[in-house]
Design a protein around this ligand. Structure first.
Ligand code: NAD
Length: 334
């Protein structure tokens, strides 16, 4: 019998790429539009596996309820796994897999797209030109060439971002508790202590995972240590930044520009159309009011290549779970 999988928080593009994945052919995929949380676990009824995304909540209570309903596998269709209580999953005997690297290029390229757009004010220029306003006042940017970039977290995405920035002729500083000195030497990148990176960089880009150590990595003291007018880009996880402190630093002009693909309280806001509603989040509303803040709604991963790879790896792991085979190498978390 085909493995019954409940897929939470799915959009049209998820369905398109999962239906096209060869390994999905023998699976019974049930696409759900709502997110997984305590009150929606009941909708997994009948499924032996669930497939989840970044804003589905897989805490101990949810996992216990899923287990009670007969779910024995969680297939995350993302890289980050800070939303899953892995210890609880292990205790319950629920296996968990993720897609560790679907397209680090997609995220690195979006990071640089945000930086270029923000610096050269392309978003504002685009709006102006459409209104036949061809004035250039207020659109002055700066050359990236010769400036210093600081990359926090030199895993797959951080390394690619650093490489692109080197291509612009930037000096690149890096911080990572697990540095890769061979890569750094090859690309002429200097590992420095975190505070040095903050103090010396014109552009800071965050690429570390969300852990207890990285929670609010950018906070009042670290913002105070940054160069006046520095640019900050975050395509990693929203909770790496203390939003209240960020707003403070924007108001004083400490930060020259901020580009975010992720936001501390994005859950319940991002990925949905709220254009007909009053925005209840005052901090997000304040961020949207700054002319030097650019926000995209967690879309850095959204390329054809990444979606196809996410569907391929996830469907393949679901097949392997169905047949009691080992999961694809490097994908199992619990
Ligand atoms: P990775 O695991 O390859 O790299 C993470 C790096 O961060 C590692 O080198 C690790 O040593 C380092 N790190 C760990 N603790 C740190 C700390 N305290 N300070 C600084 N660095 C630290 O991960 P990746 O594939 O490069 O992804 C990075 C992050 O990007 C993911 O954790 C995820 O949150 C985010 N992401 C976002 C999107 C998006 O669409 N916006 C898509 C994919 C991934």
């Amino acid at each position: 019998m085909a493995l019954h999988v409940a897929l939470f928080d799915t959009k049209s593009y998820d369905r398109e790429y999962f239906d096209a994945a060869p390994a999905a052919a023998g699976l019974q995929l049930r696409y759900l539009e709502h997110r997984l949380n305590e009150s929606t676990t009941v909708t997994a009824a009948g499924a032996a596996a669930v497939c989840c995304f970044v804003n589905d909540r897989l805490d101990r209570t949810v996992l216990a309820r899923l287990h009670q309903a007969g779910v024995r596998h969680v297939a995350l269709r993302c890289a980050g796994f800070n939303n899953v209580d892995l210890a609880a999953a292990k205790e319950l005997g629920v296996t968990v897999t993720r897609v560790p690297a679907y397209s680090p290029h997609a995220v690195a390229e979006h990071t640089v797209a945000l930086l270029l757009t923000l610096n050269r004010k392309i978003h504002r220029a685009h709006n102006r030109v459409r209104e036949q306003n061809f004035s250039l006042a207020g659109l002055v940017g700066f050359d990236l060439h010769g400036k210093t970039a600081g990359v926090v977290g030199t895993g797959k995405i951080g390394k690619l971002t650093a490489g692109i920035l080197r291509g612009f002729g930037m000096h690149v500083l890096a911080y990572d508790p697990f540095p890769d000195p061979v890569w750094a030497a090859q690309h002429k990148i200097d590992y420095v202590p975190k505070l040095d990176l903050f103090a010396r960089s014109d552009v800071i880009s965050l690429h570390s995972p969300l852990t207890p150590e990285t929670h609010h990595l950018v906070n009042e003291p670290s913002l105070a240590s940054m160069k006046r007018g520095a640019f900050l880009v975050n395509t990693s996880r929203g909770k790496l930044i203390d939003t209240a402190a960020l707003i403070g630093a924007l108001k004083t002009g400490r930060l020259g520009g901020v580009a975010l693909d992720v936001y501390e309280e994005e859950e319940g806001v991002f990925f949905e159309d709220h254009s007909d509603h009053v925005l209840a989040d005052d901090e997000l509303a304040r961020l949207l009011s700054f002319p030097n803040v650019l926000i995209t709604a967690h879309q850095a991963f959204l390329t054809r290549e990444a979606l196809a790879e996410i569907a391929r790896v996830t469907a393949e792991n679901l097949q392997r779970f169905a047949h009691g085979e080992p999961f694809l190498e490097g994908t199992q978390l619990a």
